[in-house]
Design a protein. Structure first.
Length: 408
């Protein structure tokens, strides 16, 4: 019979794989069409309604593309839609968040030193915050300020900074960064689902009915598409950040996240300017480098420590501590793992616990039972290179302890 922990880990891996694959597809098409749009050239003799054209070469052949600013006079026989990349990216990301952060809320989502709420309370806050984010953003886009692209982007940035700060008062550092990424990605996906695709559908319907489509529909869709383009790189950074405590576990994590958005915008500005043939703004790389150095400096401030007295075991962890095999497993962890996974690591070259995982008390060991079982029991992933020489019998002790599930 397949072990539940193994099945859960592979399910998480599959969800993460799907999320990455669909995100690549979505980002690739998004970047391509923005570059195509910016690179369009206008010249006399173009067909009626054509805004511009672009010649491209790829795969041994040439492509001649033309863009209609609103729509062609007649509906073409074949029309390719780009939407499922965005939908599947969001759905797989939501599924992955449910598996990791909702399924293990006490471990990854909630930090009781930040906000002492039950698991269901933390999940509810998470879902509500992601929903409200889209509602506020959509309202701003449709308000009078939405007519100013620059003003709207500045207001959106202020919203993201506020959310970065606010999430630090709701969740753990790791969950803060992931939620800020999910907050932004939800806005991006909702742009596709609620604005871009519906507007394009209305244009197609008008063509089929022999009517002239409303130009405002295309203008609104283009604005949302441009927002998505500039928000993509920060979202990728935030989604990768859960592997790097230097980013999410510092007192200035919300400042770091805020600066990441600026870096992403600068990098996209460079490429968008080049694609539009409006010059080569190399200064953006210099400013981006300076900001990144600032982020490194901010990350050198003390990593946020967990108050040992306030860190209590979860209900499942209490069962793990009650197991007749707990003392045996605890001795293995303390002798083979805690020199790195401690509030103050003693292993040379390790200044902070890897991934901010602490294994130096009974409660902390029990709280990370499944990770210990998977990383050091079933597999030899930890410690790296087996630097502490864990023998097979000690790994077997970790497996024995976890599989007992707290039986005494």
């Amino acid at each position: 019979m397949l072990d539940f922990a193994i099945a859960w880990d592979w399910l998480t891996f599959a969800a993460r794989w799907l999320h990455v694959v669909t995100a690549i597809a979505w980002i690739g098409s998004s970047f391509y069409f923005i570059a195509l749009d910016l690179g369009l050239t206008q010249k006399p003799g173009l067909p009626e309604g054509v805004y511009g054209e672009e010649w491209q070469v790829h795969g041994g052949g040439f492509y001649h593309l033309q863009k209609y600013l609103v729509a062609p006079a007649e509906m073409p026989e074949h029309l390719t839609w780009f939407k499922w990349e965005a939908y599947t990216t969001w759905m797989s990301g939501a599924f992955l968040m449910a598996l990791v952060y909702y399924g293990s809320a006490d471990l990854y989502l909630i930090d009781r030193n930040v906000l002492d709420v039950p698991a269901w309370g933390g999940i509810l806050i998470s879902v509500v915050s992601l929903t409200i984010g889209w509602i506020v953003y959509d309202f701003l886009c449709k308000s009078p300020i939405g007519k100013s692209d620059t003003g709207l982007m500045l207001l959106l940035y202020a919203l993201l900074v506020c959310m970065a700060w606010g999430y630090t008062h709701l969740f753990s550092g790791r969950a803060t960064f992931v939620h800020l990424g999910a907050f932004t990605a939800t806005i991006m996906s909702a742009n596709v689902f609620f604005i871009i695709i519906p507007n394009q559908t209305k244009v197609v319907a008008a063509l089929k009915a022999g009517e002239k489509p409303d130009p405002a529909l295309g203008k609104a869709a283009k604005q949302r598409s441009l927002h998505n383009n500039y928000l993509t790189l920060p979202v990728i950074f935030l989604m990768l950040s859960n592997h790097y405590p230097l980013a999410f576990a510092t007192p200035y994590n919300w400042v770091i996240a805020s600066l990441v958005f600026i870096m992403g915008v600068l990098i996209r500005h460079y490429f968008n300017t080049k694609h539009a043939r409006k010059g080569t703004p190399n200064w953006t790389w210099l400013v981006t480098g300076i900001i990144f150095i600032l982020i490194i400096w901010l990350s050198t401030n003390p990593i946020q420590r967990v108050d040992e007295e306030a860190e209590l075991p979860t209900r499942s962890a209490e069962k793990m501590m009650a197991s007749a095999h707990f003392e045996e497993a605890r001795d293995v962890v303390l002798s083979r793992c805690s020199m790195c996974h401690a509030a103050e690591p003693v292993w040379e070259g390790i200044h902070w616990a890897p991934k901010n995982v602490l294994l130096d008390t009974d409660a902390r060991i029990a709280n990370h039972a499944r990770e210990i079982y998977m990383q050091a029991g079933l597999s030899h992933a930890m410690p790296p290179g087996n630097v502490t020489d864990i023998p097979p019998e000690e790994r077997a002790a970790l497996v024995r302890w976890y599989r007992a599930r707290g039986d005494s």
